[in-house]
Design a binder for this molecule. Sequence first.
Ligand SMILES: [Zn+2]
Length: 185
Amino acid sequence: MINDKIKGACVKSVLAFLLREGLLAAALSEVSPMTRELFGEGVLSTNWYSADAYIELLDAASARAGMGAQWLMIRLGKQIISDGLSTVYRVFLPVESPFLAVSRGHFLWRTYFKHSELILLRAGKGEAEFEVRSEPSTSVAYCLTKLGGMIGALEIIGARSVQGEHASCRGHGDQHCRFRLSWDE
Ligand SMILES: [Zn+2]
């Protein structure tokens, strides 16, 4: 499996978010010198960056956040999506409902991740389940940002009372990374 790559725009959102939360300096001080160098000097929106370095940064921030880490990572994922609002609109513009939008989720995924895939396992009225495949490395913090992104994207396209859960995670030693979402249409 090829290591995944993350779009620079996404890395920039993360760096700005952690700076606002007062966690950036501490997180960067705990990652490897290579990662610190990679993210410490100008990240370009259109470049692709190592997912392993990105995961290292998220894990360091998450460890620093302590008890609130889970919610922080979900908020971070939502922020990434709202920073990329024009992309979200472009991907979902042709659809009229969240129910139809989930079948286009992999197009949005593709703008942020180079090699991993988002697979829609099932979809019904007000609910969907996704699995992330072809992803050599992951972590719970990394997955929670994806969960936040999925919730954020659904909210932007008009889904109400969105709930999300990452019940099965390879970061916990499970076999798959699966995400369940539900909402009011
Ligand atoms: Zn996971």
